[in-house]
Ligand binder design. Structure first.
Ligand SMILES: Nc1ncnc2c1ncn2[C@@H]1O[C@H](COP(=O)(O)OP(=O)(O)OP(=O)(O)O)[C@@H](O)[C@H]1O
Ligand SMILES: [Mg+2]
Length: 293
């Protein structure tokens, strides 16, 4: 693509990248759109490194700080939510893996991070789960069944792995709604049509009530035209499903996990902290609005 301006290159990439838009799969206020929402939220984008964990950890933390009782489920074998919150585990201690296999109950593995925020921790063993589940008849419902015993929460936030796999199908089957972080960069929209196809597949069978809660722009840099172009393109496809709050690129957000802290504890005055605090408010507002319809 030599010789193209940044804008032209962006346009080129996006052309054809999202043939199947939100409306086509019935997720954007078209007729028949089911508005009732409850509060199991899967944070999912099969693209790696777009801000899923950062979003899950910090939205969960701010919801809890605002008075909600929250369970954060680490559904990624990379265990970034677990380490990012500084949760220590003994070698071989039970977590998401054992709960989804039905070997132990959710409430027996959750760890308090602070009084209103609990974590269902995980480790690399979760990667083997897909193989373990493959012969089970209800393999897509393992997480839903596991969470049935964890109904004491106002919110369950699920941090998904970067894949469209049995683990993510489990998340979509268990969830009431889906939050998609989209990184404000060149290949942002790539793969979203595939993601929406999987969502549609789950809606037509395993979980007809699954909603799109919203799409949030992450790592936004207001100084680049690319960021605003990507945002414009995402808004064209997802309309008012795009959250008003935009998450800026902010080094404090990247530093916080290495200290085992959410941004609220690491640097509550940073731009990133303010953005996630506002995003949690917007998430809460949308969930409540969905419930009241
Ligand atoms: N707004 C931001 N500003 C700066 N850095 C960020 C921001 N959001 C996330 N990061 C950093 O970018 C990297 C990827 O973010 P994160 O781990 O949240 O993405 P992910 O989608 O969960 O990744 P994976 O697909 O591997 O699970 C991390 O190092 C994180 O600290
Ligand atoms: Mg992650």
């Amino acid at each position: 693509m030599s010789g193209m301006t940044e804008g032209e290159a962006c346009e080129w990439r996006m052309r054809g990248s999202l043939r199947l838009n939100a409306k086509m799969v019935g997720l954007r206020g078209s007729r028949g759109y089911k508005t009732e929402m409850s509060s199991i939220v899967a944070v999912l984008n099969q693209k790696g490194g777009v801000g899923k964990t950062t979003t899950a950890v910090n939205v969960a933390t701010y919801l809890a700080r605002e008075g909600q009782k929250v369970l954060l489920v680490d559904l990624d074998p990379q265990a970034n939510s677990t380490s990012g919150l500084g949760v220590q585990r003994a070698e071989g201690e039970a977590g998401t893996y054992e709960v989804m296999l039905g070997q132990t109950k959710a409430m027996d593995v959750v760890k308090p991070v602070f009084d209103r925020l609990h974590l269902m921790p995980t480790d690399a063993r979760l990667a083997a789960l897909e193989i373990e589940l493959v012969d089970q008849t209800d393999r897509e419902k393992a997480l839903r069944n596991a969470l049935a015993g964890a109904d004491d929460y106002d919110y369950v936030i699920i941090d998904c792995p970067p894949a469209l796999s049995l683990l993510t199908i489990n998340a979509l089957t268990a969830a009431d709604s889906l939050l998609i972080p989209v990184q404000a960069e060149y290949y942002a929209l790539e793969g979203l049509s595939q993601l929406l196809q999987v969502v549609q597949m789950v809606r037509s069978g395993l979980n007809p009530n699954l909603e799109l809660l919203g799409v949030v722009m992450t790592m936004y840099d207001p100084r680049t035209t690319l960021s605003s172009q990507v945002k414009g393109e995402v808004e064209r496809h997802f309309g008012d499903k795009v959250f008003d709050v935009v998450i800026p690129r902010n080094v404090r957000l990247a530093e916080a996990p290495s200290h085992g802290k959410p941004i609220a504890d690491y640097d509550k005055w940073s731009k990133g902290a303010r953005a996630y605090k506002n995003l949690a408010k917007e998430v809460h507002k949308r969930v409540q609005k969905g419930k009241s319809k």
